[in-house]
Design a protein around this ligand. Structure first.
Ligand SMILES: Cc1ncc(COP(=O)(O)O)c(C=O)c1O
Length: 391
C-alpha cells in the first residue's frame, strides 16, 4: 500500500549504499574488519570514557538468547519480564528452557516494567530480570537495580528500542546509556528501528568474564575465528563452550557503521517530532499519551509514538479510518500472555496483569520517523480526531 504517512520511514543514503558495496568488493564477507570497527564505534557511542564490550550479532532475538545463556539461565530458572513487549523477549527465555514470568506495566502513563510487580513475583527460582525500555523510554533502573541487588538477580536489558538513550542509575539521577546498566544489554537493528542493518543486533556487557563467554558462544564456542586463521595468527581451534552461529556479516556491519554516524541526529529529530505530537495531541483530551509528563533521563531515543484511545473506542474501526486517510498505524503490543502459544505453555506464567489488560485493547501506535514534519503530525492528529468520531 502506498501510505501517505507510513508508520516508519527507511531513508537509506548514498553513504549507506557505498558502505555496503565497499564491503562486498573487499572480498571478505563475514566477521572481519568492518564488524570490528562497527563494534568499536558502537561501544564508544554508548560510553566514550568507558566503552563496554560489544558483539555484533544476527539480530536482537539472538542477542537476548546469548545473554541469557551467558549469565547461566536454564531449565528450572525463572526470568521476570513485561508482558507488554515484542514476542521475542519472552521467546528468548523459553529457548533456554527457563520459565518466563510476566509482569505488569507501571501505570497507564508509564508503560515500562513495574518494579513493585517484579518484587512481588520473585521466588527462590528467580534468576534474572529482563526489563524492556519500551518506546526507547527507560525503565525505572534505580529501583530495578535495588531489587536485583537485594535478591541477587541478574539484569539483562532488552534495549531494542533505545539505542543511545540514557536512564538514571542511582538516586542522584546519574544518567548512563541504556543497555549498559544491567549485566548484559541487547540491541536490535531490524529495519524499523532507530538505526538498521536490515537484520542485526548487538550484545553489550561491561563484565570481562561475560564478554569472553559472549565472544565464544556467538561463534560455536570456538577459540579462534576464520579471520585469525586467514591472517596466519592461528592454524587450529578448540571448542570450549556449546556455542551457536549468531554472527553478523560484513555488509551489515558496514551499513551499521554508516547508520550509526547519523543516529544521534536522528534520535534528536525523532524527539522533536514527538514534541510536535505532544502539542497537537493536546486537542484530543480523551487520548492519553504515555510518558508525556516524564522528565527525560539524559539522551532520548523516541522509537515509537503509542497513544491510549478512549475507553470503549472501536480500535479496528479507528485503524481502518486512518488507513483510508493514508495513515499507517500499528499496535505495540498485543501482550505476550494473550497469544495462543504463550497462554498454553506451562513455561509462561502470567498473574495479576490488571494494568496491561486495561491498556491492551486501547493501544495504538502513530507514525514516527525523523523526517516527519510538523504539518504531517497535524495531519495525523486531525485524522485521528476524525477517526474517533462515533467509533
Ligand atoms: C522489544 C523488542 N525486543 C526484541 C526484538 C527482536 O529484535 P530482532 O528483530 O532484531 O530480533 C524487538 C524487535 O522488534 C523488539 O521490539
Amino acid at each position: 500500500m502506498n501510505w501517505r504517512i507510513p508508520l516508519s520511514d527507511l531513508r537509506l543514503t548514498q553513504e549507506d549504499r557505498d558502505a555496503v558495496v565497499a564491503a562486498l568488493e573487499s572480498n571478505w564477507l563475514t566477521m572481519g574488519e568492518r564488524t570490528q570497527a562497527f563494534e568499536r564505534a558502537f561501544a564508544v557511542a554508548l560510553d566514550a570514557e568507558h566503552p563496554p564490550h560489544c558483539f555484533a550479532v544476527g539480530n536482537c532475538t539472538l542477542a537476548l538468547h546469548m545473554a541469557l545463556v551467558a549469565v547461566g539461565v536454564g531449565p528450572g530458572d525463572e526470568v521476570i519480564l513485561p508482558s507488554l513487549t515484542f514476542v521475542a523477549t519472552a521467546n528468548a527465555v523459553l529457548y533456554t528452557g527457563a520459565t518466563a514470568v510476566l509482569a505488569d506495566v507501571a501505570s497507564d502513563t508509564d508503560w515500562t516494567l513495574c518494579p513493585q510487580d517484579v518484587r512481588a513475583k520473585i521466588t527462590a527460582r528467580t534468576k534474572a530480570i529482563l526489563p524492556v525500555h519500551y518506546a526507547g523510554q527507560p525503565c525505572d533502573m534505580v529501583e530495578l537495580r535495588k531489587i536485583a541487588e537485594e535478591f541477587n538477580l541478574v539484569i539483562i536489558e532488552d534495549n531494542a528500542h533505545g539505542p543511545l538513550a540514557d536512564g538514571w542509575v542511582d538516586d542522584r539521577h546519574t544518567p548512563q546509556a541504556l543497555g549498559t546498566i544491567g549485566a548484559v544489554g541487547c540491541f536490535s537493528f531490524f529495519s524499523n528501528k532507530n538505526m538498521t542493518t536490515g537484520e542485526g543486533g548487538m550484545v553489550v556487557t561491561r563484565d570481562a568474564v561475560l564478554a569472553e563467554k559472549l565472544r565464544l558462544i556467538r561463534a560455536h564456542g570456538m577459540t579462534t575465528l576464520t579471520m585469525d586463521r586467514h591472517k596466519g595468527h592461528a592454524f587450529s581451534y578448540d571448542v570450549v563452550e556449546l556455542g551457536f552461529n549468531y554472527r553478523i556479516d560484513e555488509m551489515r556491519a558496514a551499513l551499521g557503521l554508516s547508520q550509526l554516524s547519523r543516529l544521534v541526529a536522528n534520535n534528536a529529530a525523532r524527539e522533536a517530532v514527538v514534541h510536535h505530537y505532544y502539542a497537537a495531541l493536546h486537542r484530543l483530551p480523551d487520548v492519553t499519551v504515555p510518558f508525556r509528563h516524564r522528565p527525560p533521563q539524559g539522551r532520548t531515543a523516541a522509537h515509537i509514538l503509542p497513544v491510549l484511545l478512549p475507553a470503549g473506542a472501536n480500535r479496528q474501526l479507528v485503524q481502518e479510518r486512518l488507513r483510508d486517510a493514508g495513515v499507517q498505524t500499528s499496535i505495540h503490543y498485543r501482550p505476550i500472555h494473550t497469544f495462543s502459544y504463550h497462554s498454553d505453555t506451562p513455561l509462561v506464567r502470567a498473574e495479576g496483569m490488571e494494568m496491561t489488560d486495561l491498556l491492551a485493547p486501547r493501544i495504538l501506535t502513530l507514525p514516527l520517523s525523523p523526517t516527519l514534519t510538523a504539518t504531517e503530525v497535524t495531519y495525523v492528529v486531525d485524522a485521528l480526531r476524525d477517526a474517533l468520531v462515533g467509533a
